[in-house]
Design a binder for this molecule. Structure first.
Ligand code: HEM
Length: 126
């Protein structure tokens, strides 16, 4: 059987490291931080979001332990508050930088970034 992207990237530990790196960068970005303020203010908010994002990425990368989320529903309130393509592209760049930081191979990076690109309209409810 062909190895899934999840396996090729290094499994659960790698996804966890990727998610940590992604949110460190995202929460340090003054353009993106306001969207996360409610979560920062609530106990365990960011921790729970990271756990969900791990499950979500596991799903996207083809792990049988992943979980499929309704990404349009999850971001609808944020879109009402102004979440747009520019914010999405900034987060995607933080994602790309995180993959670089973790030294994920180029061919895997390209597939993952393609998948994220396909999700833009879903997240933004287009
Ligand atoms: C790469 C594209 C993205 C993916 C794959 C993604 C994934 C997710 C997932 C899986 C959740 C949890 C869903 C749930 O609770 O059911 C979530 C929630 C959230 N996302 Fe995203 N997201 C993306 C883009 C963004 C962007 C661009 C922002 C803002 C700059 C953002 C901000 C948030 C916030 C604040 C929540 C928590 C919403 C809440 O609990 O009310 N996301 N996202």
């Amino acid at each position: 059987m062909e190895a899934s992207l999840f396996d090729r990237i290094g499994g659960k530990d790698s996804v966890k490291a990727l998610v940590n790196e992604l949110y460190t960068r995202t929460l340090n970005d003054p353009d993106l931080l306001p969207f996360f303020q409610d979560l920062i203010d609530s106990p365990l908010g960011i921790m729970k979001l990271k756990e969900k994002q791990e499950k979500n990425l596991q799903y996207i990368l083809g792990s049988s332990n992943g979980e499929d989320y309704d990404l349009e529903f999850a971001h609808a309130e944020l879109v009402d508050k102004g979440l747009n393509e520019t914010h999405y592209q900034k987060l995607a760049q933080h994602f790309k930088d995180s993959l670089d930081e973790l030294k994920v191979e180029d061919d895997i990076q390209q597939i993952i970034m393609g998948k994220l690109n396909d999700l833009q309209d879903v997240v933004l409810g287009k």
